[in-house]
Write a protein that binds this ligand. Structure first.
Ligand SMILES: *Cc1c(COP(=O)(O)O)cnc(C)c1O
Length: 827
């Protein structure tokens, strides 16, 4: 009996939600503390209290959760399966208190028990099951889907170790394992009874089934996928959706065929390693490593998810040819694309459908979101590896490719160059499956994540496909959830917004437009400035307590937080800082003349990305010199709190004045950090890249500091031969800044430490840092000038908030629903 049906039966008995009063809450809390944690209040640890509080909140949501699972099953209308290898969720307690509107009651109840709620909030280790923007996007999307009551389920992997915890040792990044489960996770529900078996390796064989020839896959080893359910509560709508993350467990019983398949010892060895599949999140962001375990992870979670959906979510006797009217599998980047041949395998080999019918179904059930423009980020799997791990899937991919290329031939004749360019199988440097091509051929729609990105996807990354599949390519600009990134992160600004435009903006962010009128209201501007100042004080306390870092008082807060990647150009920011410092240190500029600024960095580097780690080292080194140099008079501070994550983002972003979005044009697909900052009233200094383009269009040129080459200008400079040394020679400020780094001024006189960073810029500079330097400095001077007029600055900041309602992830969801999913309106 399936789990959903079991739930359905259970729900026939009404589930009584606990009483929503302070007394009731106290009672539930104490019950949980006594009977689940097994401790008395007087002898309970903070962790006991946190867990009991979490369980109490959870119980309030439970009745709705069960009801929503039942309703979704009963309704059998089209729903969304969001497939993502990453969910960067952030802390759950705060969010779930907010969604269930229990924050006030919980705070009172805790104080009745003599407990400080804020202290308990601070104990939660966030589930860091993602690297950065892509994983956070998935988390924002499931939040929006629940808030908009869209029937949907998120599928992913329950990594035992999420993204590593970053520390600095002598300014250099060190990685510690993220033991997020160590003290227990009260937000998850394991369902071993609903486990799926996922198979790997082995070989295939043909057999006769009546007069049809069929294929069967004889795998060599398998693993159990155990689902853990997470509640995804909608905001104040009593709705609770499910996020289902899979954990790998070794199977106990061997399939008899495995015993007989020949290599017994190999089967046993593989079996022991099976449970490693969900052990750790790969920490590479935008640079896939082609590791076997990574492919195992991908297949593991999509195979379990596809089977879970087909086995447990469809009514008995469901006609599979109707599947596209029942489900859309949204592929968050190429990580889950192996789901395409998996669905084909299940339909053809297991359910006995004809190939053509199965392909018709499959093409209607998938849509693909591309997240990159960097060629090195486009995933490819070697045919050798894929054939070894998933022999049947390789055969299926070959057949999909063969039939697709036959169609291409029908259109273009024997244009061999074009056919080679469009083949799902790359031939060089080794035979490999181009996962983005497979997703594009199979997907009903392919979308980029910002207007510029979608256009470049059509024109530069997949132009042959865009020509061959007219109408398949579309855009959905990313968004962020206003619940977490405004309401939770910035209570001060949230109150101010509610006072001005009334309640309800949290689920209808276009209402922020109502703030427009207040930009010219001096009283409102003062209140707005006061909130920003309070957020800076809050950050000051936080960074002091967390890391012993001292934020400058009354400083412009200049923030660059995002993964460390050369294309994002943290080096441009470093050169700006070094240039300011060099002016003071050389005596050419009086310290009193520089605008007091605190520069805040937050960034993790992939552990194997040497250049990124050197840049982290350099930022820390620059910080320790500048922060300690008395000539600076404390007017420049460079702070790099370690371990940037969602929790830190929620603290830093509301305190920011200036948002650094300075990637080389044509490299950042969208960015979502840029949206969080603008919604919190920071002004952006940015290039014409990703969603910056749309932010600038909406907030107006006069409320955005634009600089740098456009994407066509970048292309033009490349094609004429970019020589970074010429920019170095031509710009005195640039020369001084780079020379200062090269001189060893930030490495105790040792010239070798940062030599690779300097020569990389001088002789290679793939991301054209030097070419954009002068313009960046010019724009930063404009920032200084603008900041000198606080009233005008605040006006511009208010207009940023007022005009960025578009960037709610609810709007992104509407775009997916209308343009891609075509799911019916929610009840
Ligand atoms: C929003 C977010 C990101 C994405 O930031 P970008 O500036 O868009 O790269 C990465 N990490 C965390 C923790 C975030 O909250």
């Amino acid at each position: 009996m399936s789990e959903i049906r079991a739930t359905h039966t259970l729900a026939l008995a009404p589930v009584i939600p606990p009483a929503s009063t302070v007394d009731g809450f106290v009672q539930e809390f104490l019950n949980n503390l006594n009977f689940r944690q097994g401790v008395a209040l007087s002898s309970s640890s903070q962790n006991d209290r946190y867990l009991a509080l979490a369980q109490t909140v959870r119980d309030y949501l439970m009745a709705r959760w069960l009801e929503d699972q039942r309703a979704q099953f009963e309704r059998q209308s089209k729903g969304v399966c969001y497939l993502s290898a990453e969910y960067l969720l952030g802390r759950q307690l705060d969010n779930n208190l907010l969604a269930s509107d229990l924050g006030g009651i919980a705070a009172e109840a805790m104080s009745v028990c003599g407990i400080d709620l804020d202290e308990l909030r601070g104990l939660e280790v966030e589930p860091g099951l993602g690297n950065g923007g892509l994983g956070r996007l998935a988390a924002c999307f499931v939040d929006s889907l629940a808030t908009m009551s869209v029937p949907s389920i998120g599928y992913g992997i329950r990594y035992e170790y999420g993204i590593f915890r970053q520390t600095f040792v002598d300014g250099q990044q060190a990685e510690q394992p993220d033991q997020w489960l160590a003290l227990g996770s009260p937000w998850e529900f394991p369902h071993p009874e609903a486990a799926q078996i996922v198979s790997f390796g082995g070989h295939t064989e043909r057999y006769q089934d009546g007069d049809v020839e069929r294929t069967r896959w004889i795998p060599a080893w398998n693993v159990q996928a155990v689902p853990y359910n997470y509640m995804v509560p909608g905001y104040h709508n009593g709705r609770v959706n499910t996020l289902r993350l899979w954990s790998a467990v070794a199977t106990h019983a061997f399939d008899l065929r495995i015993f007989n398949s020949g290599d017994y010892a190999e089967a046993v060895r593989a079996q022991t390693f099976a449970s490693n599949i969900s052990k750790v999140l790969y920490p590479e962001d935008s640079t896939p490593q082609g590791k076997e375990l990574r492919l195992q992870q991908q297949y593991f979670f999509v195979a379990a998810s596809v089977s879970d959906f087909l086995d447990h979510h469809l009514a008995d006797g469901f006609d599979l040819t109707k599947l596209p009217d029942r489900v859309i599998f949204q592929l968050n980047d190429t990580h889950p694309v192996i789901a395409v041949p998996e669905l084909m395998r299940v339909l053809v080999d297991v359910r006995g459908l004809e190939w053509d019918a199965a392909w018709e179904i499959t093409r209607g059930c998938f849509a693909y979101t591309c997240h990159t423009l960097l060629p090195e980020a486009l995933e490819e799997w070697s045919v050798d590896l894929l054939g070894r791990l998933l022999p049947r899937h390789l055969e299926i991919i070959y057949r999909i490719n063969e039939e697709f290329l036959a169609e291409v031939r029908e259109t273009y004749g024997d244009d061999e160059l074009r056919i080679r360019n469009m083949s799902i199988i790359a031939e060089h440097p080794e035979r490999a499956i181009r996962m983005a091509y497979l997703a594009t051929v199979a997907g009903a729609k392919v979308n980029g994540v910002a207007e510029l990105h979608s256009q470049l996807l059509r024109d530069k990354v997949l132009p042959d496909f865009a020509a061959f599949f007219p109408g398949k390519f579309t855009n959905v600009t990313n968004g962020v959830t206003p619940r977490r990134f405004l309401r939770l992160a910035n209570p001060g600004l949230s109150s101010l917004i509610t006072e001005a435009v009334g309640p309800g903006w949290e689920t209808d962010l276009d209402r922020l437009q109502g703030l427009e009128a207040y930009a010219d209201d001096a009283g409102f501007r003062t209140a707005f400035a006061e909130v920003k100042a309070q957020n800076k004080v809050r950050l000051r306390h936080e960074l002091l307590a967390r890391d012993g870092l001292v934020v400058g008082e009354d400083h412009l807060m200049d923030v660059m937080v995002k993964r460390l990647h050369e294309y994002k150009r943290q080096m441009l920011k470093v050169l700006h800082i070094v240039s300011l410092y060099e002016g003071i240190a050389s005596g050419r500029v009086a310290a009193a003349e520089v605008t007091p600024r605190t520069f805040i960095f937050g960034a993790k580097a992939a552990p194997g990305y040497a250049m990124a780690k050197r840049i982290i080292h350099l930022i820390n080194a620059v910080g320790s010199v500048i922060n300690d140099d008395p000539r600076v008079e404390g007017r420049l501070k460079v702070l790099f709190p370690p371990n940037y994550n969602v929790t830190l983002a929620e603290r830093v972003i509301p305190a920011a004045d200036l948002s650094e979005q300075i990637s080389l044009a044509g490299k950042e697909a969208s960015g979502t950090g840029n949206m969080k900052f603008a919604l919190n009233g920071a002004l952006t200094i940015g290039t014409d890249d990703g969603a910056n383009v749309e932010i600038r269009r909406l907030v107006g040129d006069e409320n955005f500091f634009l600089f740098g080459m456009t994407e066509p200008e970048v292309e033009a400079l490349w094609s004429t031969g970019y020589r970074p040394g010429e920019f170095y020679q031509a710009d005195e400020d640039l020369r001084r800044a780079l020379d200062l780094i090269a001189s060893g001024a930030f490495s105790g006189g040792d010239r070798s430490t940062f030599e690779p960073v300097v020569s990389n810029l001088l002789y290679d500079d793939r991301f054209m840092v030097l070419a954009d330097f002068a313009e960046y400095i010019r724009a930063q001077r404009e920032v200084d000038a603008a900041y000198a007029d606080q009233d005008a600055w605040n006006r511009a900041a208010i207009l940023n908030v007022a005009r960025c309602g578009f960037f709610s992830s609810d709007r992104s969801m509407r775009d997916y629903i209308n343009g891609i999913w075509h799911t019916p309106p929610a009840l």
